[in-house]
Design a protein around this ligand. Structure first.
Ligand code: PAF
Length: 317
């Protein structure tokens, strides 16, 4: 498949490496000229799950979407708060009616996407692939997890099914095990509940995912954060993909024990986090339904406080 990936962060570099190795024609779009030139000159170092370093020498990366031939699929991997600017940047590509898939964390990107893209071309998804960016052009594949995709519009599912199947075949062949699901709301909220339980706590404590559940006090906080999110899920009548959400969050912590969560990576690298799209989004949805989520509000404010000190913290990754 001809695929464009927007955003060479941890997930963007991982998807690029896997999809290229799987025989697809892949292009990367970056907003940062200096970084794009660096990656173009030095290639990508891809550290596989088993620790082998694969060097991808010739990387198709550009800051100008006009340089790219018409893709069948565009994958958005930018941070949720960059969705708007990323879509503005790739505007020339959107005219061509390609499908666009977001595998971003949280909720807020969905609304933004529907402003720029024809709704029947929007695919949404989640991925539990673990990706850690070691430096500008080095990515570590920190764990294999499922990827689930579907259509933004419920009634567009059957019309897009042929394309979804084609996408699944390409992804599977590239080592990105993919499932297709009709109820994408359920998929997105199922991932959101996991991120609500894990991300902010790792960002606050500085712990890798696995340590959270080894510590009884932190485990208790995970449970309360998840419980609060479940109150929103239940009122919205969303059916999650797993029967026992608390158990699921603990399992994800164990399966990704060595992973530095995306939010902790942001904090350690002095970047803005996705707290607004994760705990912030659940707090907002809760408020609409008359619910207060005190533990989520508390971790939300702590992470916001940490973000305020960006640049002046003494620790780095
Ligand atoms: O955001 C992340 O880091 C991941 O979604 C997850 C599942 C929490 C694993 O680290």
């Amino acid at each position: 498949m001809k695929i464009v990936i927007v955003g060479p962060g941890a997930l963007g570099l991982l998807f690029y490496s896997l999809l290229r190795t799987g025989g697809n024609e892949v292009y990367l779009v970056d907003k940062d000229r200096q970084r794009a030139e660096f990656i173009s000159c030095n290639g990508i170092n891809f550290i596989t799950v088993s620790g082998k370093v694969k060097r991808i020498k010739h990387v198709n990366i550009t800051t100008d979407p006009e340089d790219i031939p018409l893709p069948e699929l565009i994958i958005l991997t930018v941070k949720s708060y960059h969705t708007n600017s990323a879509l503005k940047k790739i505007h020339p590509l959107l005219k061509e009616n390609s499908y666009i898939l977001s595998v971003q964390n949280g909720l807020s990107h969905v609304e933004v996407m529907s402003k720029y893209v024809a709704p029947d071309k929007i695919l949404l998804g989640i991925t539990n692939q673990g990706a850690t960016r070691v430096d500008v052009n080095t990515v570590r594949h920190a764990g294999r997890g499922d990827t689930i995709i579907g259509t933004y519009l419920w009634d567009n599912f059957f019309r897009s099914h042929k394309f979804l199947r084609k996408l699944k075949t390409s992804f599977d062949k590239s080592g990105i095990n993919t499932e297709i699901h009709r109820d994408i709301q359920s998929v997105i909220w199922s991932k959101l509940v996991i991120n609500v339980g894990i991300n902010a706590l790792t960002a606050i404590t500085g712990y890798k995912n696995g340590r959270l559940v080894e510590n009884p006090a932190l485990r208790e906080i995970i449970h309360i954060l998840v419980e609060e999110a479940l109150a929103v899920v239940n009122l919205k009548k969303i059916k999650l993909l797993y029967p026992d959400p608390q158990k699921k969050v603990e399992e994800v912590c164990q399966q990704t024990a060595e992973n530095i969560s995306s939010m902790l990576q942001d904090i350690l690298n002095n970047r803005r986090t996705e707290i607004d799209a994760i705990n912030g989004a659940v707090i907002k949805e809760g408020r609409k339904l008359g619910l207060n989520l005190p533990y989520n509000s508390c971790v939300y404010k702590i992470v916001k406080g940490l973000e305020k000190n960006i640049g002046s913290r003494i620790f780095r990754l």
